[in-house]
Ligand binder design. Structure first.
Ligand SMILES: [Zn+2]
Ligand SMILES: [Zn+2]
Length: 287
């Protein structure tokens, strides 16, 4: 991945139609698919399924893509269980784990600078939200930033090549269970919600909220985004202490992902959960 300033080059690429069709085509189809509910109708079964699929996959995004793979802030010793987490994450149609983690590590290295692909202060909020994924540069990813993956997650070498299939399996299941309504409501509605809530962490969470820690970026803490994203909205906390599995630091900073992982730890399914350092907790008046 180039380390040259990207935002101007990116805009030029889009103007030159150097686009990432692998993103644009499914992204557009799934958005349009939501409107099929006008013809199929909405039943309580498919609506419930949409809520369940949103929740399972939001957990997969934050506990999988982000806290397990990108930051290795905890561990899942069981390879089979890691494969389940991989499926939950990749079924949200946010490309393979290596792509997600590579881009995320790049964001932390270059937050809010010209090198950051989705810095709202540099490229604008809408561009930071989703525009950056439209161009070919975003489709690339940097294997060099993932040298630890082979040892930590050896199964990824095999399964991550099939990440494209995870959402197809899910939409197939929804269609088999509830027909076209299942595809439109259970799959498309929940997928679009998963996408845009994830994207708000890149866009609004660097614009809207409060700051507790004086990080060299514009990250903010935001309760609403934290509730919608199962804890990711405590983004200023996260930028300050990136290797911590716990992103909500106080009782009122609800971090659903951390709470669920704590249950997993009690059950012996999850290990090595990293906490924020004592000075982080002291900053909130705790010790
Ligand atoms: Zn950020
Ligand atoms: Zn992060």
């Amino acid at each position: 991945m180039s380390t040259a300033p990207v935002h101007q080059a990116v805009i030029e690429k889009v103007r030159a139609r150097d686009l990432s069709w692998n993103f644009i085509i499914p992204f557009t189809i799934v958005h349009l698919g939501c409107f099929a509910a006008v013809w199929t109708g909405v039943s309580w079964q498919t609506l419930t399924a949409a809520v369940v699929l949103y929740s399972l996959r939001m957990f997969g995004i934050t506990a999988g893509y982000h806290r397990l793979y990108s930051h290795r802030s905890y561990h899942i010793p069981s390879k089979a269980l890691r494969c389940v987490m991989w499926f939950l994450a990749t079924s949200s149609a946010q490309r393979h784990v290596r792509w997600w983690a590579s881009h995320h590590r790049h964001h932390h290295r270059h937050s809010d600078t010209n090198h950051d692909l989705h810095a709202p202060g540099v490229v604008g909020t809408l561009w930071a939200h989703m525009g950056w994924q439209y161009h070919a540069t975003a489709a690339a990813w940097d294997d060099r930033s993932l040298r630890d993956f082979n040892k930590a997650f050896p199964e990824l070498r095999t399964i991550d090549r099939f990440a494209w299939a995870s959402p197809l399996v899910l939409v197939g299941l929804c269609t088999a269970l509830w027909g076209a309504e299942g595809a439109a409501v259970a799959f498309c509605w929940s997928t679009v919600a998963n996408w845009h809530v994830t994207f708000t962490i890149n866009s609004l969470n660097h614009v809207w909220g409060t700051r507790q820690f004086d990080t060299p970026d514009t990250s903010k803490n935001n309760l609403l985004l934290a509730l919608l994203s199962f804890g990711e909205g405590w983004h200023n906390n996260h930028h300050a202490f990136q290797s911590s599995c716990r992103q909500g630091h106080t009782w009122w900073q609800i971090d659903l992902t951390w709470m669920i992982l704590k249950v997993g730890e009690r059950l012996g399914l999850v290990t090595k959960m990293r906490n924020p350092p004592a000075r982080a907790m002291a900053a909130w008046g705790k010790s």
